[in-house]
Structure formats: structure tokens, C-alpha cells
Write a protein of this length. Structure first.
Length: 98
């Protein structure tokens, strides 16, 4: 199995088996949409944490990266600002302990 990835994202488009998501850490003006293969259907405009691996698929325009999800959990109630603060604090603590 390839190295796993984890994306905290918001769902932009969704249909059974596939979704387009945007990483919640990306700057909105420069954000890219990420195609994700999922089991079932994700809810548009809700936040998810997706775990899976990156694959390539051939398209008419070349190759496209996509994530094949093995887990997708709804985190719509997550306070993203607080989560970012916790990640920054964790980084500071680990830096102090090193």
C-alpha cells in the first residue's frame, strides 16, 4: 500500500462514489479541488477528514491525481480555528522538548 494521506476538507461537489473536496488549510483564493474516490456519498458544504492514498488516473488532458479514500469521517462540528491553534501549540511544545 502507498503512503497514506490525511486531508481535512470541505466538500465542493459530490455524487455516489466520488467527491471534489478542498483542503481547509488552503488559502481560499489559491485552493485546488481534489478528486476523491469514496464509498457512498459525502454531503456538500460539510467538513470531513479523509484518509487514503494518492493515485493517478489518465484523462483526455493527461494525468490527474486523485485520492482513494479508505476512511471518511464527518467533522462538520470541528472548530477549525481552534484546531489550527492546537496544531501550532503542539508544534511549539515539540520544538521545546527537542
Amino acid at each position: 500500500m502507498k503512503d497514506p494521506v490525511r486531508i481535512l476538507c470541505i466538500v465542493v461537489e459530490s455524487s455516489p462514489g466520488v467527491a471534489l473536496v478542498q483542503d481547509i488549510f488552503d488559502d481560499v483564493e489559491h485552493a485546488q479541488q481534489i478528486p476523491v474516490i469514496v464509498e457512498g456519498e459525502l454531503r456538500v458544504a460539510e467538513k470531513y477528514v479523509i484518509m487514503g492514498h494518492v493515485t493517478q488516473r489518465k484523462t483526455d488532458h493527461g494525468h490527474e491525481l486523485q485520492v482513494v479514500a479508505y476512511a471518511a469521517s464527518n467533522i462538520d462540528q470541528l472548530d477549525v480555528s481552534l484546531y489550527k491553534d492546537v496544531l501550532a501549540l503542539e508544534s511549539d511544545v515539540l520544538g521545546t522538548l527537542s
